[in-house]
Design a protein around this ligand. Structure first.
Ligand SMILES: [Zn+2]
Length: 366
């Protein structure tokens, strides 16, 4: 049997013997919701009680280190160096999850007790991210068992704050630039685009978030007395949004379009399977006209309104509101001039007479 087959056999064996499920159950049992008030000590238990034994088995020298940002959850880092001549893989994973949301699951499922129904594994963290990083670690263990070495150097970063925006991750990487120096980063996180199609992303779309705000005055003014003579921020903002994307989601700002969707890329995208989920119908006529769904997803940019606010929709009053806000996002691919996204938006809005709309940048390239 060739080595690869043996390694695959070892992996299959860990499923068949029940080892994989037993260990994954123990990871799911550890409640690691980073959005709630769990202490950093509780979150760090995932390292001590969840991961440490398998990392030791893999011969990784690990350390748990404080977050460079005060009071943010600690990191677990480590390395297994086989030879300075070999390539180095950096493996990333996060042990924290979103809240358990008990009661919102199908009947009979308790989120921190792993359950298998019709060949699907349920439990908080199974699909994000305990399942994925445990699969990767199990695969490494199979390789090590088969040929007694990995054949490459391995470095790892685990965090417990991904679901709260990864506080300190950037700083950690900056401080430890040399330690983490690697040839490739493998981060198995996020969903497959389709259950049946294993998905390898060689990059994912970036995001620029920004807020649009129109503010004309303090306080709301009665619409019976003032309607018709006071500018309505909600009306102005919706018109401004309508010049950013048309009614079918097509981006209307020329500089926001990528230059990278070449014939070569389109040809390659054609060879990909139709990767849209069978559980959600897509809207064929949404987005850039004449592009295929895969071209829209992997080769093009998209604009979204993440949240909109003017007045209080639960307690509306007869009044012209003083302000309106929209939190917006541009998802972008390579080939987008990201430095010009906000300035092009400013020019575009000004061109259409929306000088009164203020733009505030929310983040950079998440
Ligand atoms: Zn995740």
């Amino acid at each position: 049997m060739v080595l690869l087959d043996q390694a695959l056999e070892n992996s299959r064996e860990s499923f068949a013997s029940g080892d994989f499920i037993a260990k994954l159950s123990s990871l799911v049992r550890l409640v690691t919701d980073s959005q709630n008030a769990l202490s950093n000590e509780d979150l760090a238990k995932y390292y001590y009680e969840g991961l440490l034994d398998i990392l030791v088995e893999l011969g990784i020298r690990t350390k748990i280190i404080d977050n460079p940002i005060k009071n943010a959850p600690p990191f677990l880092i480590g390395e297994r160096i086989e030879s300075s001549e070999l390539k180095t893989i950096l493996l990333y994973g996060h042990g924290d999850t979103v809240p358990l949301q008990k009661g919102l699951w199908h009947d009979g499922i308790s989120p921190n007790i792993l359950k298998i129904i019709d060949e699907k594994i349920y439990g908080r963290g199974v699909a994000d991210n305990k399942g994925q990083h445990f699969i990767n670690l199990t695969a490494l263990r199979s390789v090590l068992k088969t040929r007694k070495k990995l054949g490459f150097n391995l470095k790892i970063i685990f965090e417990m704050g991904e679901e709260i925006g990864s506080p300190g991750l950037l700083e950690l990487c900056e401080i430890n630039k040399d330690y983490f120096k690697s040839d490739v980063l493998i981060a198995s996180d996020g969903p497959r685009v389709s259950v049946d199609v294993p998905t390898v992303f060689l990059g994912s779309r970036g995001a620029i978030n920004f807020e649009l705000e129109v503010k004309y005055r303090e306080g709301a003014h009665h619409s019976g007395n003032w309607g018709g003579v006071l500018r309505d921020p909600g009306v102005r903002l919706s018109h401004a949004l309508s010049v950013i994307a048309d009614k079918n989601g097509k981006i209307l700002i020329e500089n926001w379009k990528p230059t990278s969707l070449t014939t070569e890329v389109r040809d390659r995208l054609k060879s990909l399977p139709a990767t849209i989920s069978d559980t959600l119908e897509i809207d064929e006529n949404w987005g850039e006209p004449k592009l295929s769904p895969n071209e829209k997803l992997f080769g093009w940019n998209s604009f979204s309104i993440l949240a909109l606010k003017s007045g209080d929709i639960d307690v509306p009053v007869n009044a012209i509101q003083p302000s309106a806000k929209a939190l917006c996002q541009l998802r972008f691919v390579v080939g987008t001039d990201t430095d010009k996204v906000i300035s092009s938006l400013r020019d575009h809005l000004d061109h259409y007479g929306f000088e009164d709309i203020k733009i505030t940048m929310e983040n950079k390239f998440e």
